[in-house]
Design a protein around this ligand. Sequence first.
Ligand code: GDP
Ligand code: CA
Length: 303
Amino acid sequence: MKTVVLAGGVGGGRFARAVVESVPPADVTVVGNVGDDLEVLGLHVSPDLDSVLYALAGLNDEERGWGRADETWQARDAATELGAESWFQLGDRDLGLHLARTEALRRGEPLSAVTARLARAFGVETDLVPATDDRLRTWVATPVGELSFQEWFVRRGHRDEVDGVRFEGADQARPAPGVLAALEGADLIAIAPSNPFVSIGPILGVAGIREAFEHRTAPAVAVSPLIGGRTVRGPADRMLARLAGGTGPAQVAGCYKGLIDALVIDEADADEDAGIRTIVTRTLMSDRDSRRRLAEAVLGLPV
Ligand code: GDP
Ligand code: CA
């Protein structure tokens, strides 16, 4: 059984890990978000791809919730002492990855090829593919003006309310090699419990990917990032309230109208109508058992 997972960063990485702990990792393709990508001190950083990569490789820092485990911060401290900007934190080990990727991109290697190479180097058997090799960047409209994704999310700590999102470059962006073939050959397509607007939105913003979804032959199921109407972390609940008018299963399903056949929701949200077929389970991925339970609820769908 071939599974495709659409994933953002932390929620996406946790869920991708849950899936590959339950089925052979090589039978899974993860399509990752690049709308969060940015340059930091001259380096190309792909935060969401890296969150998934570290999670799949078992190298992610569970406590901090982002980045690599066993991290040190000497390069950041040295750069800060010398007057460099440091609002986007990169640890020393993480920096090593960004150096390797940036050098490869400058040589002309596409992001998808670099990502595949990094994944293999970490011993990851799952295919991790960026949604596109083309430039696609998320912008967020707020009461203080339009902000680049990371300016809003990290620099300003996503304190500004969001009035809309825009995916610069999405119109021209082509799906990265392997994305359409994976979607066409899938037995199941799963959307991770990632932020629907700024993690999954930019992936589905690539016209070719959205069309492949609309013409899919495999069932597609999304996992809600909400538990009891609240996010585990991050601004998805506030965004749903403001942009979709509520924080229930119906609003999550509404983000994927016409693109999913079922929504996996938490027991805490089960008494609300989603307007679509729901699968109810406990969706908090706090350990291996809870990851497995969620993955099985998703993968157990009749195909
Ligand atoms: P980011 O790109 O790093 O912000 O991460 P994602 O967009 O992939 O994931 C963020 C979302 O993951 C948040 O809305 C969280 O509520 C959700 N999330 C994180 N952990 C869990 C979990 O264990 N269960 C569920 N259902 N959602 C989770
Ligand atoms: Ca993200």
